[in-house]
Design a protein around this ligand. Structure first.
Ligand code: FE
Length: 213
């Protein structure tokens, strides 16, 4: 998706809201009956956002950055270019900036204006990301908001809040926790949570396989 989608908020995530879901269905029916769109096209778009793009893409990017120092260097320099240079990652159309957490700095991402989000690497934004309280409070009181998310940071750690724009999206590269030990890229990727790449969550000590039993 390009930056031009900035204020197009027909993302589909609203479908969890029943009244909106009904309105979307009604609108979809009208567009189809007037021949303006085909249902197959709508299904393809939904399939794209549900299965092709999503946090699993960002998680693989982070895992590769943890393992491959040269890729990490390129990623921090120009994330879009670095990801697009890898043949096994989906192409990134957005201007993406990767920001790295370290021992003294924690990064967190917001769109104070609306809901701009790195769709190419994280898929659809969570509902809370688009909520007015998150968008205002993460700026005015980030430490408290992060605590509510279960991220209690030491007072010594600085927090930097990155405000997304139509032109620029951010991906947080969380620190690789020592507890993960030595793992392959795909194993590491399973531990990189969506929220850790927004800056509101932790890397999971359990891979998806472990979580699922
Ligand atoms: Fe926005």
């Amino acid at each position: 998706m390009s930056g031009s989608d900035h204020h197009d908020h027909s993302h589909g995530e609203e479908s969890i809201l029943t009244d909106i879901q009904k309105r979307v269905k009604a609108l979809e029916s009208i567009l189809v009956s007037k021949g303006l769109v085909e249902r197959a096209t709508i299904d393809q778009i939904i399939e794209h956002f549900e299965n092709k793009v999503g946090p699993h893409v960002g998680a693989r990017v982070v895992a590769r950055a943890w393992i491959d120092q040269e890729f990490k260097r390129a990623l921090l320099e120009d994330a879009t270019k670095a990801i697009n240079s890898q043949s096994d990652f989906p192409q990134v159309g957005q201007h993406l900036i990767a920001i790295e957490n370290n021992d003294s700095l924690h990064n967190v991402v917001v769109c104070t204006l609306c809901s701009c989000y790195p769709w190419d690497v994280l898929g659809l934004p969570p509902v809370w990301y688009k909520s007015a309280p998150y968008r205002s409070r993460i700026v005015s009181d980030p430490r408290s908001v992060l605590k509510e998310f279960g991220l209690e940071l030491s007072e010594a750690k600085k927090i930097r809040v990155w405000d997304s724009t139509a032109e620029t999206r951010y991906l947080v590269i969380p620190q690789r926790p020592v507890f993960l030990g030595v793992k392959s890229e795909s194993e590491l990727a399973k531990c990189v949570t969506r929220d850790s790449m927004i800056g509101t969550g932790k890397v999971s000590p359990l891979s998806e396989d472990n979580v699922n039993g």
